[in-house]
Design a protein around this ligand. Structure first.
Ligand SMILES: Cc1cc2nc3c(=O)[nH]c(=O)nc-3n(C[C@H](O)[C@H](O)[C@H](O)COP(=O)(O)O)c2cc1C
Length: 356
């Protein structure tokens, strides 16, 4: 029995957003002194050369990252590093602070090992995030910065939002993700429409003197044809990778209370739909475009499925809520065993192994 399996029933008695905030405060306290940070690293980090992945000019010590949304304001990047994650994506960061949607806006679907959220881009805004990174310093693992628009922005204001957050935070980023796939922000216009995407990529390209890798995060809910159209546009502009996928608005075969709350569904029920999107993109691009696979990863088996379907890196959020602080370590340790079992010398070797 792990410590977390005893703590979880207590944490799950709290409303989900409160539990999240308590968890984050604990991590923030733990990262603030060297002895506790070192104790976490000792307990939770796992290193193996077979886990190392090199993509868009960055070396990732292992392929398991914390997905966007968990550390929106860059408060616990060092603690997540100590917990054995191979990279952390902060954000979505918007230009100004935003309070997001009314509470409650986060729901646990326990029997389905899932969550529904309609947070609505709550966050401290780019200036506070920037000063926090300056104060805390960067973690040693790669840092992704996920950038977004204000909820009230019009189509042209949105372009300016992305540009400003990119300009302010990309100097700290190993890679930047343009998030055009949030299902719970007001839908004033279609964020992932081809014309809008072209304008975003053109604008960021002009801004990108340092040549930072730029990725785009897509949702699972469009038809495969429109997803692949979006991927083609991204390639046309030399975008460095695709993060697939964000949460889904679909609700199929769910049994838990809260499953009919509106918002984005994450966790176990998203695992197969997101893997299908990853496989389609990998097949369509012949594995040429790096894919960060996200959706329902809570075990090495789930991570491995996505890697074999074409993802070079994976991320998780909901799996961490259900599995606790040792999630990254357990996934990485078992992943090494699975690679050895199947005759792969490294994660890199297994990327896309299931593709025809
Ligand atoms: C509470 C919550 C907040 C999230 N916030 C963001 C966000 O701000 N930006 C983003 O790109 N994705 C966000 N996500 C989506 C996750 O990054 C991820 O794509 C999704 O949850 C699927 O992964 P999972 O099944 O491992 O949770 C959020 C997810 C959750 C559960």
């Amino acid at each position: 029995m792990t410590l977390y399996s005893r703590v979880r029933p207590l944490a799950f008695k709290l409303p989900p957003e409160r539990a999240h905030n308590v968890g984050k405060r604990t991590l923030r306290a733990a990262q603030s002194t060297m002895p506790t940070r070192a104790a976490l690293s000792y307990a939770y980090q796992y290193e193996h050369p077979a886990l190392e992945v090199e993509r868009f000019g960055t070396t990732f010590p292992n392929p398991v990252g914390m997905a966007a949304g968990f550390d929106k304001n860059a408060e616990v990047t060092h603690a997540l590093e100590a917990l054995g994650f191979g990279f952390v994506e902060i954000g979505t960061v918007t230009p100004y602070p935003q309070s997001g949607n009314e509470r409650p806006r986060l729901f646990r679907l326990r029997e389905d090992r899932a969550m529904v959220n309609r947070m609505g881009f709550n966050g401290h805004g780019m200036e506070r995030v920037r000063s926090r990174i300056e104060r805390d310093g960067l973690p040693e693992i790669p840092l992704g910065v996920n950038v977004g628009k204000m909820n009230t922005s019009s189509e042209s204001e949105a372009i300016e939002d992305y540009r400003r957050v990119f300009d302010r935070l990309s100097p700290y980023a190993s890679y930047v993700v343009v998030n055009v796939s949030c299902p719970n922000t007001p839908d004033e216009f279609r964020e992932s429409s081809p014309e809008h995407l072209r304008r975003i990529f053109e604008t960021l390209e002009a801004e990108n003197d340092e040549g930072k890798p730029i990725l785009v995060k897509i949702g699972p809910d469009s038809t495969i044809d429109s997803i692949l159209e979006l991927v083609d546009i991204a390639r046309e502009y030399g975008v460095d990778g695709i993060v697939a996928t964000n949460t889904t608005i679909e609700r199929e075969n769910l049994t838990s209370d809260g499953c009919d709350e509106w918002g984005g569904l994450s966790g176990d029920p998203l695992a197969d739909p997101s893997t299908r999107v990853i496989r389609s993109i990998a097949e369509h691009t012949d594995g040429d475009v790096p894919i960060v696979g996200v959706g329902g990863v809570d075990s090495a088996e789930r991570a491995y499925e996505k890697i074999r379907a074409g993802a070079s890196l994976v991320q998780l959020y909901t799996g961490f809520v259900y599995e606790g602080p040792s999630t990254a370590k357990r996934i990485n340790r078992t992943l090494v065993e699975m690679l050895e079992r199947d005759g792969f010398s490294s994660v890199e070797d297994a990327v896309g192994a299931d593709l025809e």
